[in-house]
Design a binder for this molecule. Structure first.
Ligand code: URA
Length: 434
């Protein structure tokens, strides 16, 4: 077998066999297959597509490229959640403590930001002292003790995905549903949870811009999860404007804490109740997702979810004082205000543009070696559908200095579109696929 023949076969629209996919993943991980051949095959896969069977085989080969976490030391049905990536998506910080407060063991491995999308680990690390590096025994012990742990994914979980993702990122091959499905599911299947709730984003601020594509992606991931014996569901959710108002690491932690106190934005709170409702149901603590949602609401109202978040922060070395006193979170060097140049209804706040503007303010990385500014980001002051008068503040932009903040504000300005009439309200949860 050789890589040339595999690339040629896919280029001509052929279907790859298990041994060919295994050969590719093994050779890529060992370094025997050079990046230019990996890139060529990725582009052929992107252009010619992959059958469901090929995607399942690719997922399995990627999963087997590293360690498979053994979480059998954790008692109970462990439910995980995963988002395909959005802007202002801080749902893990809220849905995971809600589920844990309802008795679901949450053993969550999370990632860092990718491109214009944020990552849970970067957000948590903006809490002074918070540690995200844990070994399996400490991780399992913490879940058994307090019901929740959120750690950074180790380099040994699906290493094939790390390598493939880095190449996809620079070869315009990220936004293909088979490649996204295998990337997400290889990590989820290797991370050892029993049930998986997927938040598949759709819209201008998501990798999948069209509902049909997002729906295909969701169905494929649900099928991969169920075939692997994990109960899996996917919620197709809107990502046209940022979720909530805050985009950027410490800003998002502050908004997540507000949501846990019952004072969060409507869209963010609603989505977290849905996600945790499914986690509670799949973890066996509710008979249906609807009943799960009722329990989730209760955990928010009673303060139990907030207390679970406090336990999590404390257990992982973070400063729980940020809950009562958000000014203990990293503070920005400079704030610029973005003002409306005319009056009207906001008809669009393009999430991707806000995501890039926030990244350029310092909240995200352009290269994976870059460090981030935990205090940088964008705080929207208005949402789509709001009426604004000329001169109103649309958003505040936070960065290390005036130059960065003003540059980012100029970029963020492009995200806002105004009209004479309010836009049709959109459903946040578009579809559920089980
Ligand atoms: N998130 C992932 O983990 N992988 C992708 O390919 C896209 C989003």
């Amino acid at each position: 077998m050789n890589m040339y023949d595999i690339i040629y076969k896919k280029r001509e629209g052929g279907t790859l066999k298990q041994e060919e996919i295994d050969f590719f993943i093994r050779g890529m991980c060992s370094g025997d297959i050079p990046d230019y051949q990996v890139s060529a095959l990725l582009m052929a896969m992107f252009l010619k597509g992959m059958s469901k069977e090929e995607t399942v085989l690719l997922t399995d080969a990627m999963k087997r490229s590293g360690d498979i976490m053994d979480l059998s030391a954790i008692k109970g049905i462990k439910a995980d959640k995963h988002s395909t990536g959005g802007v202002g998506d801080k749902t893990t910080l809220i849905a995971a403590p809600i589920a844990a407060a309802c008795g679901i063991p949450v053993a969550k491995m999370s990632g860092r930001g990718l491109g214009f999308t944020g990552g849970t680990i970067d957000k948590l690390e903006s809490i002074p002292g918070f540690r995200t590096a844990m070994d399996v025994s400490e991780f399992s012990e913490q879940v058994n003790r307090i019901g929740i742990a959120i750690a950074g994914q180790t380099a040994r979980i699906a290493p094939a995905d790390k390598k493939l993702y880095a190449i996809r990122d620079v070869t315009a091959t990220v936004d293909h549903f088979s490649l996204i499905a295998s990337s997400v599911m290889s990590k989820k299947l290797a991370s050892g949870s029993d049930a998986i709730v997927l938040d598949v984003k759709v819209g201008g601020g998501a990798f999948m811009k069209r509902e049909e594509d997002a729906s295909d992606l969701a169905e494929l991931m649900v099928e991969i999860g169920n075939t692997a014996g994990k109960r899996t569901a996917a919620l197709l959710t809107a990502m046209d404007e940022p979720l909530g108002y805050a985009v950027g690491n410490s800003l998002e932690v502050e908004e997540a804490v507000a949501a846990l106190k019952g004072k969060g934005p409507k869209d963010l709170t609603e989505l977290c109740i849905w996600l945790s409702g499914y986690m509670i149901c799949f973890g066996g603590k509710a008979d249906s997702p609807e009943q799960g949602r009722e329990k989730a609401k209760q955990a928010l109202l009673s303060g139990a979810a907030l207390e679970k978040f406090r336990e999590l922060v404390t257990a992982q070395g973070g400063d729980p004082g940020i809950i009562e006193c958000p000014s203990r979170l990293p503070q920005p060097g400079y704030k610029a205000e973005l003002r409306a140049s005319q009056s009207g209804y906001i008809t669009e706040i393009a999430a991707e543009t806000i995501g890039f503007a926030s990244q350029h303010a310092g909240a995200g990385r352009t290269r994976k070696e870059d460090s981030i500014d935990p205090a940088a980001g964008i705080l929207l002051r208005k949402k789509t559908g709001d009426f604004i008068n000329q001169g109103d503040v649309l958003a505040s932009v936070f960065a290390a200095n005036k130059e960065l903040a003003e540059k980012s504000a100029k970029e963020a300005q492009q995200a806002f579109k105004l009209g004479k009439t309010p836009p049709e309200p959109q459903n946040l949860i578009k579809k559920v696929i089980e």
